[in-house]
Design a protein around this ligand. Structure first.
Ligand SMILES: Nc1ncnc2c1ncn2[C@@H]1O[C@H](COP(=O)(O)OP(=O)(O)OP(=O)(O)O)[C@@H](O)[C@H]1O
Ligand SMILES: [Mg+2]
Length: 390
């Protein structure tokens, strides 16, 4: 039969054997929380009562070199290399495709029932690699996982770690991994490729390879039940040896039409007007990541609030979406006439001459003038031709 809470008991023991009181107290606190949740209030109280007797210095008993307020820092720049947050359950908004949600839930089940799985010899190290295009929700997923588990999220800033201090990185890595072993938490290596790409940076390949090796050694030395998440938007740069260390791998694709619809609804909330054509919005935002949908919604909502309106303006929402997509695709309509030309080309039905005149608060004659001018310039290479005219 599985011994309940074996993981926590063993961590408390590890802390005691290593004379690391903070590790023991951290895990005793977690054990008390779990017992309380399961209805064993009496035992939880007895554990907590014991904890109140611990000397106050316990929180910072570990080696203080390279630590500020107990947090590991980069020894030269003194920048924090770990960022601690405690996202609350229910406070992190995450919309994912059903297949992706299912896989995240499977991971959560493995975390929650680790001891049972371990007794059945069916446990696998709790390491999840999230990968996908920028803005698809990798960091948000890490926050959501920590919030669901009720654990602090310790985010390692991989760019700070590598930065100009390649010579120091191995030491910094060791500090981070030591630190997380001592407390119940989720370690999140964000922008992971900054650390894990052996080939990407030509500055000092030997040094980077050494960093990769140290990283792998540190991951290997972690207890299997330490929760490790990593995120990358350059998965092709990741070393194959890194992939093998992550039994759970989760691609986060760009949202499909159904998910875009869900994202729009959740981001606009009560600011969505009744007249809004949701299907057109979902269709016209093909290729947009969650981050872009969030940014466009926020911008439109901000404008509505500042104008004293209770809802966003449909046309304004489409206008902002179109211009954001233009930027994301590397176009940057600079002048008013460039914007108008872009919008007409993007969708001349949504952006009729009259609608453009309303949005830009100019006469339809003026809009017509911009559009005609564009036609006049059709042969010039600097501007795009308008293909439709309504
Ligand atoms: N699937 C999603 N559900 C809810 N919000 C999302 C989603 N995708 C993106 N967002 C929103 O977009 C913003 C950026 O998302 P996030 O930081 O998670 O992207 P990322 O994949 O980590 O991007 P990067 O690769 O640039 O780090 C967040 O503030 C989040 O609210
Ligand atoms: Mg991110």
């Amino acid at each position: 039969m599985a011994f309940p809470h074996l993981s926590e008991v063993l961590k408390i023991l590890d802390g005691a054997l290593r004379s690391n009181a903070s590790m023991s107290t951290n895990y005793a606190g977690l054990l008390a929380d779990k017992l309380e949740q399961e209805g064993d209030r009496e035992i939880a109280m007895r554990i907590r009562e014991r904890l109140t007797r611990a000397p106050t210095a316990v929180a910072h008993t570990q080696d203080t070199t390279g630590m500020i307020g107990g947090l590991p820092v980069d020894s030269e720049s003194r920048l924090d290399t770990l960022d601690i947050s405690t996202p609350q359950k229910g406070s992190v908004n995450l919309c994912l495709q059903s297949g992706t949600t299912k896989r995240i839930n499977e991971f959560l089940q493995c975390v929650k029932h680790y001891d049972r799985l371990h007794s059945a010899r069916a446990a696998t190290p709790l390491r999840l690699l999230l990968y996908g295009a920028p803005g698809t929700g990798k960091t948000q997923s890490a926050r959501w996982i920590a919030s669901e588990l009720g654990l602090p999220l310790l985010t390692a800033r991989c760019d700070t770690l590598v930065s100009s201090l390649l010579g120091q990185t191995s030491k910094n890595l060791r500090r981070i991994f030591d630190y997380v072993e001592q407390r119940p938490c989720v370690l999140f290596l964000d922008e992971f490729d900054a650390l894990a790409s052996a080939r990407g940076n030509e500055r000092d390949i030997g040094e980077l390879q050494r960093v990769v090796i140290t990283l792998l050694q540190n991951i290997d030395a972690l207890s299997d039940n330490t929760i490790l998440l990593a995120a990358s938007n350059h998965e092709k740069l990741l070393d194959p040896a890194v992939w093998r260390r992550f039994p759970f791998q989760l691609p986060l694709p760009l949202p499909d039409a159904a998910l875009r619809l869900e994202l729009w609804k959740s981001m606009l909330g009560s600011y969505a007007p009744d007249t809004l054509d949701w299907n057109a919005l979902a269709a016209k935002s093909t290729g947009a990541a969650g981050a872009l949908i969030e940014q466009v919604s926020q911008d439109a909502k901000r404008q509505a609030v500042l104008n004293g309106q209770a809802e966003v303006d449909d046309g304004e929402l489409f206008r902002r979406l179109s211009l954001s997509l233009a930027l994301a695709q590397g176009h940057s309509p600079a002048s008013l006439s460039d914007e108008i030309v872009w919008l007409r080309q993007w969708d001349a039905k949504i952006f009729s001459l009259r609608e453009l005149a309303r949005l830009y608060n100019v006469s339809t004659r003026q809009i017509n003038h911009f559009v005609r001018e564009e036609h006049g310039n059709a042969g010039k290479p600097t501007r795009k031709r308008i293909t439709q005219d309504h």
